[in-house]
Ligand binder design. Structure first.
Ligand SMILES: [Zn+2]
Length: 416
């Protein structure tokens, strides 16, 4: 009967015998002893005899009946008849010099692969946050340099104090290839040069954001890769130019005036792809009228010829972009280059400069959208507040959250 009890508690060691179970208000206390026939002396292989019991140690184990449970374990001590050294009985339940039971450690490991904060895990398992954290540092990921994905996505994300970290991901599997502490060219270069040229030549496409700063580096590292500017970022750039233009025009009006309020309150409608505007009527408090979004656009553009010009330009660019008319898209930029304001001129200059890669973006189905989802997850992990002053812990947590479920085998859980 007691044997079954120990099994239920996740205690597989048959040398542990439960002596007493005490149910306290806040927790369950299990008193047990660890005892077995004396083995040979670990020091001299001499014969040992049973000595006394070591001072009771308190070990958190998995909850019993939903209650935090503590195992108060007395461990047998043995003494060698030859060298007189004393040794303590060993158990598979807790590793040497460890205060946490193996089932709990397994639970921590498992919890790390779920989207739980370190403090959530600590609360769930009634252990200290530092224990959870220590476990995190024991995850190590083996870096191997004999394979790179065919389609690679590059991006960066903000880590603490506005520093940017670099992330590369397999476009198809979403698996993270690497996370680097900063996005400096030398850091990225040093990392990818660990791969032999043959492996790097396997990369056929690299998707990257609009900044363009990585382009020379990509050409150098991946001689056979096509560079694809990310569609999401191209549209985002257009959007931002339209946003600052609309705001600049709007600010020329009095804040209480109808043009100002229309441009301000209905900005979403003005930025939306005009082909996707809904036909539903709704009450606009700005116009004090029931209108469709299309009518709102029409009415607002009547206030300013300038706004109308940018609106039409923006909508046309969106249209050609989505229709994958690279030629028309670029022609529109050429034609309007000398007519537009600073915001548009800046993005047009970039578009012209990276024309080839924009064309690739229209031609190939790849976008960094998948990486954006990863970045969201990274943000969630960052929001888990603490502990990530250490970049390695942060990186580990991200890798656990994103890679482990996909590739458990590659994970090596080392013990320190
Ligand atoms: Zn001995």
């Amino acid at each position: 009967m007691l044997r079954d009890t120990t099994k239920l508690l996740g205690i597989k060691d048959p040398n542990i015998t439960i002596l007493l179970v005490l149910k306290h208000q806040s927790h369950i206390e299990i008193r047990a002893k660890l005892d077995y026939q004396p083995p040979l002396c670990p020091h001299c292989h001499g014969k040992m005899i049973k000595y006394d019991f070591q001072k009771t140690s308190t070990i958190p184990i998995l909850d019993v009946q939903g209650m935090p449970t503590l195992l108060k374990l007395k461990k047998r001590r043995f003494q060698c008849k030859d060298c007189h050294k004393v040794s303590v009985a060993r158990t598979s339940l807790v590793k040497k010099n460890c205060q946490i039971s193996e089932p709990v450690l397994k639970k921590i490991t498992q919890a790390h692969t779920q989207k739980l904060t370190n403090s959530d895990i600590a609360n769930q398992l009634h252990i200290s946050v530092s224990t959870v954290q220590r476990k995190l540092t024991q995850f190590t990921f083996k870096e191997r340099y004999h394979h790179l994905p065919q389609v690679l996505s590059w991006d960066e994300f903000a880590r603490n104090k506005g520093k940017l970290a670099f992330i590369a991901q397999d476009y198809n599997t979403k698996k993270i290839v690497t996370i680097l502490e900063n996005n400096r060219k030398i850091t990225i270069k040093n990392y990818f040069y660990k791969y032999p040229r043959k492996v790097r030549e396997f990369v056929k496409v690299v998707t990257v954001d609009m900044s363009g700063s990585y382009i020379p580096l990509i050409k150098q590292l991946f001689p056979k890769a096509k560079i694809v500017l990310d569609r999401f970022h191209i549209i985002q750039h257009l959007n931002r130019a339209m946003m600052s233009t609309r705001i600049a025009i709007m600010k020329r009006y009095d804040k209480k005036s109808l043009p100002y309020r229309a441009m301000k309150n209905h900005w979403r409608i003005l930025h939306k792809d005009s082909r996707k505007l809904s036909l539903k009527l709704f009450y606009s408090r700005t116009f004090r009228q029931t209108l469709t979004p299309k009518e709102i656009v029409h009415k607002t553009l009547q206030f300013s010829d300038e706004l109308r010009y940018y609106y039409n330009l923006y909508q046309l660019l969106l249209f050609h972009f989505q229709q994958k008319n690279t030629h028309q898209f670029m022609a529109l930029i050429e034609d309007n280059y000398h007519l537009v304001n600073h915001a548009f001129k800046t993005i047009f200059r970039t578009f012209k400069k990276y024309k080839e890669y924009i064309a690739n973006a229209l031609e190939f189905p790849y976008s960094n959208a998948k990486l954006e989802a990863t970045n969201k997850l990274i943000k969630d992990i960052k929001r888990q507040a603490f502990g990530f002053r250490n970049f390695n812990n942060f990186k580990t947590k991200i890798l656990i959250a994103l890679n482990i479920k996909r590739e458990r085998i590659k994970l090596i859980l080392s013990r320190t």
